[in-house]
Design a protein around this ligand. Structure first.
Ligand code: UDX
Length: 448
């Protein structure tokens, strides 16, 4: 099938690559000339395991191409996927200007039947708005060309996006006509093999499914973070509580890890946007508000713990930070807990020595050169001369470090662990003072 993808960011590029990988002919269009040049050279602008190999192979066999030419992208394909960003606007709503710009371009340049698909996470009603927009534009131009609009939200996780796209849990298609649903069935045949994964519904329900799924996952995390903070105050260990809860199949083990808050490009933005949608429609957003507020507080939890122990004046003190990305296997620092921690430390006069296996460059871009930030090439180098170690991301490389080396290198053996990687009893045996999230520590060992 002939597919064009508008927007070569995370969602667009992964989708383009995996469609081309199974034999569709895919054109990926982006307005950013430099980005297109890089992609033509298989230089992927972000870190995503497995993606570069697929892009390289698909370009080599002619199934995937990159262009800045919108006319080519509109006219050469039957299926036009809108995969551009929908960032948070100042009021928390999703900024739809990029999506509507693409709809405009399509209306201007189309000359045969098109199916226009939204893959970006968009507010409920966007497919209808795009339909009205294109129909109005065609009418003004005095042209009558058939088209359909569908919603086909993505459920990719950064770091496993290729795998997620190749083996989706579900393929949600929101479209008005059975013919369009059939076209999607054909398009996704290669990814719909073991059992029926395609769920057909109306566009509004499809759009809402994506928001509701992300909001539910964010809710699980904020709920567990609240449990962790209660556990800490009453001397319980939330890691044991988590296991005890997760064993109930109605609750399940997934997505109930407490930590230093959720970050990334999706959860914070989508919770805000759904909250905005609720209030705009005079509906309660009480749960969404609590989920968001709890998460904002949790992102400051590591700073609070550290200052509770070390005091609020960190002048002359260096803190080692392991992990800058909002989660492992990505170099993405959008809304990452590490940023809240570092900014908290800086505001108290502290210096940061940080290491991340992939996100050092993103961190340098974000903060530029500053005296109170040093990015190191190894996790060991980050420890040198530091008064404490703080862990913000659970990269595999941090799971079993050489604790004797940590003890010998830090000015004092003190670890604040935002991901509960280590066993408090083991830390005690090693003589390391250890603060996790929700591990009963605060009542066992009052701040000194
Ligand atoms: C998420 C959704 O999982 C995905 O389906 C959607 O398409 C986009 O948003 P992503 O943002 O890539 O994907 O990351 P995810 O793995 O879901 O983690 C999000 C955040 O939640 C991370 O900061 C992670 O550390 C945190 N998290 C996750 C927890 O704190 N506890 C958990 O139990 C799980």
């Amino acid at each position: 099938m002939k597919i064009s993808i508008f927007g070569s960011g995370y969602v667009g590029l992964v989708q383009a690559a995996i469609f081309a990988d199974v034999g569709h002919r895919v054109i990926c269009m982006d307005v950013d000339q430099a980005r297109v040049e890089r992609l033509r050279n298989c230089d992927i602008p972000f870190f995503e395991p497995g993606l570069a190999d697929i892009v390289r192979a698909a370009q080599a066999n002619g199934l995937l191409s990159f262009t800045t030419d919108a006319r080519e992208a509109v006219q050469a394909s039957d299926y036009l996927f809108i995969c551009v960003g929908t960032p948070s606007a100042a009021d928390g709503s999703a900024d739809m200007s990029y999506v509507m710009d693409v709809a405009d371009t399509i209306a201007r340049l189309m000359s045969s039947r098109k199916v226009v698909v939204t893959k970006s996470t968009v507010p409920v009603g966007t497919a209808d708005a795009i339909k009205a927009h294109i129909a109005g534009a065609l009418q003004r131009q005095g042209r009558s060309i058939p088209f359909a609009v569908a919603s086909n939200p993505e459920f990719l996780k950064e770091g496993s996006a290729v795998k997620d796209a190749q083996s989706p849990d579900r393929i949600i298609v929101g479209a008005e006509s059975p013919e369009v649903i059939d076209e999607f069935r054909h398009m996704y045949q290669a990814f719909n093999r073991n059992h029926e994964k395609l769920m057909a519904m109306d566009p509004r329900s499809a759009e809402m499914t994506k928001y509701a799924a992300n909001a539910m996952l964010a809710t699980k995390i904020s709920f567990m973070n609240e449990m962790a903070n209660i556990a800490e105050s009453v001397g319980a260990d939330v890691e044991l509580v988590r296991r005890g809860m997760g064993s109930d199949p109605r609750i399940g083990y997934q997505f109930i890890y407490p930590g230093c808050g959720y970050g990334g490009s999706c959860f914070p933005k989508d919770v805000r946007a759904l909250k905005h949608l609720a209030t705009e429609n005079q509906r309660s957003a009480a749960i969404l508000t609590a989920v968001h507020d709890t998460n904002q507080r949790q992102k400051n939890r590591l700073s609070e713990l550290l200052m509770g122990r070390m005091g609020a004046d960190l002048t002359g003190k260096t803190v080692a930070v392991w992990g800058l990305a909002f989660k492992p296997n990505t170099d993405d620092m959008r809304e990452a807990p590490s940023r809240y921690l570092m900014e908290g430390l800086w505001s108290c006069g502290g210096k940061v020595q940080a290491y991340d296996p992939q996100a050092n460059a993103a961190c340098a871009d974000l903060y530029g050169e500053r005296e109170d930030l040093e990015l190191t090439d190894t996790k060991e180098a980050a420890l040198e001369g530091a008064s404490a170690l703080v862990i913000c991301t659970e990269w595999k490389a941090f799971w079993s470090p050489d604790f004797e080396h940590i003890k010998a290198t830090l000015a004092q053996p003190l670890i604040f662990d935002g991901r509960n990687l280590y066993n408090p009893a083991h830390m005690e045996e090693l003589g390391i003072e250890y603060f996790g999230i929700g591990r009963g520590r605060s009542i066992q060992q009052p701040a000194t």
